[in-house]
Design a protein around this ligand. Structure first.
Ligand code: PGA
Length: 253
């Protein structure tokens, strides 16, 4: 794993919580936990409509704001969409792209690649989600991961690979309570770095950070992080429970 960076833990709130007042309460609780842990980069990715209000609650910068998606163009006739410049204006510094819940709604590898480019241009960090729907004993799912990885990274300069985070999120583990084992995660991290090394060279590949997502909770985080294979977590359900999320943050110390 890349040693230069602090561990990165991202709260993907998805379409939660149901009101702005709840969002503020949750954000403040996470901010309190994060304040005590300044050796972890804590990111909260709320629904777009809460970002502006939460930005005002994060003056000390113990929590960085993220977004769950962005459009692949900068401006124009794209009803219901949000651009990277709009997000940057609200201090958003991390953007999740290619989440499986969005890919299921039609987001393509080509769109993910364009988003990665724009996010990097805006000096933000793309969190590129890759993951297989299911595993087969022959290991064909690795081909799928390779395709997602290469499509997302081929268009960008090698010097920018260090600004990209790959989130390995096996779809079968998202929101299901079934987590990849520490061994699965080690194997996948090795595969990701080996694949990137084959295409972009070892030095460049080593700069790309890998995090894990998929039913991460307070009980499994330490063992997953303890493998030394990953730089952090992308957390869905457990990021809505401040005490649990706080324990996940601590697991990366
Ligand atoms: P989960 O979601 O932690 O609820 O499994 C992770 C994600 O979808 O990013």
């Amino acid at each position: 794993m890349t040693k230069k960076h602090l561990p990165l833990v991202i709260a993907n709130w998805k379409m939660n919580p149901g009101s702005l007042s709840e969002a503020k309460k949750l954000f403040l609780a996470i901010r309190n936990a994060a304040k005590k842990l300044n050796s972890v980069t804590t990111v909260v990715a709320p629904p777009f409509v809460y970002i502006s209000d939460l930005q005002k609650l994060s003056p000390a910068g113990s929590v960085t704001l993220g977004a769950q998606n962005v459009h692949e163009e900068l401006q124009g006739a794209h009803t219901g969409e949000v651009s990277i410049n709009m997000l940057s204006g609200l201090s958003v510094r991390y953007v999740i792209v290619g989440h499986s819940e969005r890919r299921a709604n039609g987001e393509t590898d080509a769109q993910v690649a364009k988003k990665v480019e724009l996010i990097l241009k805006a000096r933000s960090t793309p969190i590129v989600c890759v993951g297989e729907r299911e595993r087969d004993v022959q290991g064909n799912f690795y081909v799928h991961i390779e395709k997602q990885l290469l499509s997302a990274l081929t268009g960008i300069a090698k010097s920018r690979h260090k600004d990209v985070v790959i989130a390995y999120e096996p779809i079968w583990a998202i929101g299901t309570g079934a987590t990849a084992t520490p061994e699965d995660v080690v194997e996948m991290q090795l595969f990701i770095h080996k694949t990137l090394a084959k295409h972009f060279g070892r030095t460049t590949a080593a700069t790309v950070r890998v995090i894990y997502g998929g039913s991460v909770n307070a009980d499994n985080a330490a063992a997953l992080y303890g493998t030394g294979a990953i730089n952090g977590f992308l957390v869905g359900g457990a990021s809505l429970k401040p005490a649990e999320f706080s324990r996940i943050l601590s697991a990366t110390l």
